[in-house]
Design a binder for this molecule. Structure first.
Ligand SMILES: CCC(=O)OC[C@H](C)CC[C@H]1O[C@H]2C[C@H]3[C@@H]4CC=C5C[C@@H](O)CC[C@]5(C)[C@H]4CC[C@]3(C)[C@H]2[C@@H]1C
Length: 389
């Protein structure tokens, strides 16, 4: 569907031409206003836990095998929000604001009760290359998800498709069972650029491996693959002791309906219906109560300009932030000041950090090449910081 506003058609075609001489850094490309989002990439961490019941549910499942199935369901349940919400709500995928170093995004889901809140802290821990770290926890159910992600992207000028490899991983901890789950991130490509209505399709494989001895392999495909429908996937859940004999197989579409088959009994039933799920909106403080490094406060003027579609105002307000940031980096460099993160430790010590220790044990089980730079959330740093939901 041609969704390029007539007034910006010239900008879109010259933008598409610029893709041919692409330098590998999506964030550095100037795209026409209609494709810009007023939302910073730090906000995308919220897509992991918008469906609270799925996120906290596994903690109430006493059987480890069923708990693994519940964790796989939670993960599948995150995908529609992660990868389709802009297309569904705004008509196409959009280009998010590129967070500055140290940008923070804080929010919570109160889940309609005082003692059952889920808190989210997201920090841009690197600007070159862009890396967002996040920690999302619910004390009542004793579940904590932390991770970090960046992207490596390339463009095939012939098919005008942007291919994105995600760097980083997520780690889920279920306190009651002292169980850890390592979750790797899907590769994706952006289709539909030519028609001005780009959308995300997932590809290749990801894994979830648990310290309780189970592994899930998820295989994504889009149109023209095994099912020919968009957002298709297949998954197998097995015990690490016998990976060639899956306990469960799941297949369908992660943005719609999928079914699970119990390989022991042969029974098949509905696994997840993504369109029936309600994704709760994150509660974020009003901008006047936010600190200056919080995303919506920092980007307020740019976000307003994006909503106006006023290209020159967007550039003016954006370059104010970018110049200020360049100035800060220069001063730090001249004074030999190393950047201090607010809530995350870079390259944590596995002998003191349980998430890092669990990661090093789990990664080899799924041939996950260890990222050379890793970030972990620090309770002490958060306790000392001024940032609260
Ligand atoms: C600069 C090129 C340009 O503007 O092209 C316009 C198109 C919108 C394509 C480029 C942008 O597409 C966006 C999609 C973004 C990903 C969406 C979801 C996630 C999951 C989340 O958990 C982590 C971040 C991630 C991977 C987003 C990363 C940034 C992406 C690829 C945006 C592209 C700049």
């Amino acid at each position: 569907a041609q969704s390029v506003p007539a007034s910006q058609l010239g900008m879109w075609t010259s933008f598409l031409k610029s893709l041919a001489s692409y330098n590998g850094d999506l964030s550095s490309m100037t795209a026409p206003p209609f494709i810009l989002s007023s939302v910073s990439l730090t906000e995308y961490s919220q897509f992991w836990t918008e469906i609270s019941d799925l996120f906290t549910g596994p903690a109430s499942e006493p059987d480890p095998e069923k708990r693994m199935v519940a964790v796989v369901k939670w993960f599948i349940g995150t995908l529609r929000g992660q990868y389709c919400s802009r297309s569904e709500n705004l008509g196409s995928e959009k280009k998010p604001l590129n967070p500055f170093l140290g940008e923070l995004f804080i929010g919570q889901w109160s889940n309609e009760s005082e003692d059952n809140k889920t808190v989210l802290v997201s920090e841009q821990v690197s600007h070159h290359p862009p890396v967002t770290a996040y920690n999302i926890w619910n004390d009542k159910h004793g579940v904590q998800l932390q991770g970090f992600n960046g992207i490596k992207s390339s463009i095939s000028a012939t098919s005008l498709t942007i291919t994105v490899k995600q760097v980083g991983h997520a780690m889920l901890h279920i306190k009651k069972f002292d169980e850890y789950y390592l979750i790797t991130l899907p590769a994706l490509h952006i289709e539909g650029l030519f028609g001005g209505a780009p959308f995300v399709e997932l590809e290749k494989k990801t894994h979830i491996v648990s310290s309780s001895g189970y592994v899930a392999e998820l295989d994504y495909s889009g149109r023209g693959y095994f099912s020919g429908k968009k957002n298709s996937f297949k998954a197998k859940i097995a015990s690490l002791k016998n990976r060639s004999a899956p306990l469960y197989s799941i297949k369908g579409r992660w943005s719609k309906v999928s079914h699970i088959k119990d390989e022991k009994t042969g029974t098949e039933e509905l696994f997840w219906d993504a369109e029936k799920a309600t994704r709760a909106p994150l509660e974020v403080k009003p901008i006047e109560q936010q600190l200056e490094k919080e995303s919506r406060k920092a980007w307020q003027k740019v976000a307003e300009a994006v909503k106006l579609g006023d290209y020159s105002l967007i550039q003016v307000e954006k370059s104010k932030i970018e110049n200020e940031q360049r100035e800060l980096r220069k001063i730090e460099q001249e004074n030999g000041i190393t950047w201090k993160h607010e809530c995350f430790v870079e390259n944590p010590d596995p002998s003191v950090d349980p998430f890092e220790k669990a990661y090093l044990k789990l990664a080899p089980q799924i041939d996950h090449t260890l990222e050379h730079i890793r970030f972990r959330f620090s309770e002490e740093m958060y306790a000392k910081s001024a940032y609260r939901p």
